[in-house]
Design a protein around this ligand. Structure first.
Ligand SMILES: Cc1ncc(COP(=O)(O)O)c(C=O)c1O
Length: 397
């Protein structure tokens, strides 16, 4: 067997394959340059164009652009009046911001366990965790796999709870033939550099509730009356009013320009990632010491944001982190999505959560491999070769 790179052997690749490198095309660059040339680089016409394209793609009544998904989640909690003493139920298997925004709004995050196979929040656990203080639920469509929307909506309607869907991974995802971003009540998206489309930093709120959307537009830009961004346009100076103390949460035209063409090419790029996802599944299902992601039901669509393996660490003489380090030495970047937030310092010290065995199980074993539309066939072949080399090396005989 070839010596591992980490033990001084020759790595599978000569150059490092970055995990989550954004796919930026010449057309994306042209759109950004065009924006620079117009001189209108702040929030303006390209932001509105981006919102309109996004709204159309998702099939929702409203799309309100913001500076990040974190901003979208924070605004959503504010729009629903979440305040001190309230409880918000969410999954521990998520990025820090999903829970941090709950804390910033002085409410209490309540982590409940996930379903082992899908890694998404378990609707039965949501229902068990509801108390008179519960006001909202933030489910996450992890890795781009849709949650059980029907069950979650039924539970939340029964108990009068608001739902804020964290769709950071799930732009293209569908549930029962509809984009996940078109479901009630508010959906929050991310355009961070590693996401399926990127505006460098950026986010979007989608909702079918017109009143919430109009409020979100005011909240995101200092609480100024609508269309205030037009105040210096060729239509002439327009006075504006401040109707509430809002936030500086707007996207800029420079960022939106980057997203416009990517939105046009989104399905084409999804098909490339879908092919890689299936190729990985086929190859890695041949390994005894890893579990490959389960496929979604036919009525649903996975957004193919992350490809995550679960390592059977019982069969291996290395931990997940050691496997990551060994892949790194083969010049293959990888990621971890996620280590349960209930296991992180702040949440462990400040909140009490028990009985999250599935989240704990996944936290120790999950490993994300490069999945992007700019990967070449050689890149994905290298990933497969490196994973097989490393896993076989550490497999207990
Ligand atoms: C599940 C999830 N939610 C929210 C966010 C926050 O997104 P942003 O960086 O756009 O604020 C991320 C970012 O990685 C994420 O993965």
């Amino acid at each position: 067997m070839d010596k591992l790179g980490i033990n001084g052997g020759r790595p599978v690749r000569d150059n490092f394959l970055v995990f989550g490198k954004p796919h930026i095309t010449e057309k994306d660059i042209e759109e950004v340059v065009d924006t620079l040339k117009t001189g209108w680089i702040g929030f303006g016409p390209k932001s509105i164009k981006f919102e309109n394209l996004f709204k159309e793609y998702i099939g929702t009544k409203n799309a309100v652009s913001v500076s990040s998904c974190t901003a979208a989640l924070d605004l959503s909690l504010k729009l629903y009046g979440i305040k001190e003493g309230d409880e918000v139920i969410t999954t521990p298997l998520t990025f820090a911001s999903t829970a941090n925004v709950i804390v910033h709004n002085k409410a209490t995050p309540i982590f409940v366990d996930v379903i082992k196979e899908t890694q998404n929040i378990d609707p039965r656990k949501i229902e068990e965790a509801i108390t008179p203080k519960t006001k909202a639920v933030i489910p996450v469509h992890l890795a781009g796999r849709p949650c059980d929307i029907k069950q979650i909506v039924e539970i939340c309607e029964k108990h009068g709870l608001k739902i804020i869907w964290d769709c950071a991974h799930a732009i293209e995802a569908e549930y029962s033939g509809k984009k996940v971003g078109s479901y009630e009540n508010i959906c929050a998206f991310s355009f961070y550099p590693t996401k399926n489309i990127t505006t460098c930093e950026g986010g979007m709120i989608t909702t079918n509730d017109d009143e919430i959307a109009r409020k979100a537009e005011v909240y995101r830009l200092q609480g100024m009356s609508r269309d205030a961004w037009k105040r210096y346009s060729e239509e002439g100076f327009k006075p504006y009013d401040v109707i509430m103390p809002g936030f500086k949460y707007n996207i800029t035209d420079l960022q939106a320009a980057l997203g416009i063409n990517q939105l046009i090419e989104i399905e084409e790029k999804w098909k490339v990632r879908d092919k890689i996802f299936k190729k990985y599944n086929e190859e890695f299902s041949k390994l005894d010491s890893v579990m490959t992601p389960v496929e979604v039901e036919e009525k649903n669509k996975h957004a193919r944001h992350l490809y995550t393996l679960l390592l059977k660490i019982e069969n291996l003489s290395a931990t997940r982190n050691e496997i990551c380090a060994a892949l790194q030495a083969e010049n293959i970047g990888s990621g971890i999505h996620f280590i349960g937030l209930n296991l992180t310092k702040y949440y462990k010290e400040n909140h009490k959560f028990k009985n999250l065995p599935n989240a704990g199980y996944i936290s120790e074993r999950t490993l994300s491999l490069p999945l992007a539309s700019n990967l070449t066939e050689k890149d994905t072949d290298d990933v497969i070769e490196a994973v097989k080399k490393v896993i076989k090396h550490y497999e207990r005989k």
